[in-house]
Design a protein around this ligand. Sequence first.
Ligand code: SAH
Length: 252
Amino acid sequence: MEEQIIGIMGAIPQEVEGILGVLQNKTAHSIGNRTYYQGFLGQQKVVLVYSRIGKVAASATASALLLHFRVSEIIFIGVAGGIAPHIEVGDVVVAKDLIQYDMDVSPLRPKYEIPLLNKTYFETNELRSNQVLRQIENFLSPQVLTTKIAADELRKFAIQQPKVYLGTIASGDQFFSTDQQKENLQQALPEVLCVEMEGAAVAQVCYEYNIPCSVIRTISDKANQEASFSFEFFVQKISQVYGQEIIEKLFQ
Ligand code: SAH
């Protein structure tokens, strides 16, 4: 049987650095302005890359993973802004499905539908998502989390009892940093848990190649006025730990 290779993506360096630190026997390959790291997590062969920001960058990177590196699955791990009122910084959202909130060819087709695909929501790999959910529940339990992240760091972000949720993620080419942006999305798509800039694009590429996809997002900010400040500190201090802990445990 052909060896299975898993593609692991983030958008920014800070989302993959923690995982890069635990990747074994790594080799680096530069293609199209990206560096792809091949290596092993436990027995699993993987290719790790950060795509840069936005739907175009993420789609191009996902395509290279599929066509050049022949991955048979993609897992995206990164940060996002919380949209649903109960979502707090430090929580994790595992995508059940993803939507491109900035796709709109109405009145020709229903708003948000991807032209010619006749599809609005892209579902993720249920098996992998459930496996990840259980792992994250364990990581976020107070006994485990406090051994990975110092108590005063957790306090700085007011992270108390972080939770993991399975639900809908919205993606588009905008950083949400005003209450207005947040309210508009809440009203338009009330089921959305968090917002980011890549996931639904990767999910579309995977759908078209018939490859399983999962998207895991730690909440770095609340997609409002404080978002840029919260985001910057969160990716400096915390997101690597979440990324490494979640991904490393999957392949132990
Ligand atoms: N610091 C970067 C910009 C980061 S954009 C620079 O200076 O170039 C934010 C990244 O985190 C995107 O990859 C997006 O997927 C995710 N993200 C986190 N919070 C977000 C928010 N409030 N709105 C949209 N995307 C967000």
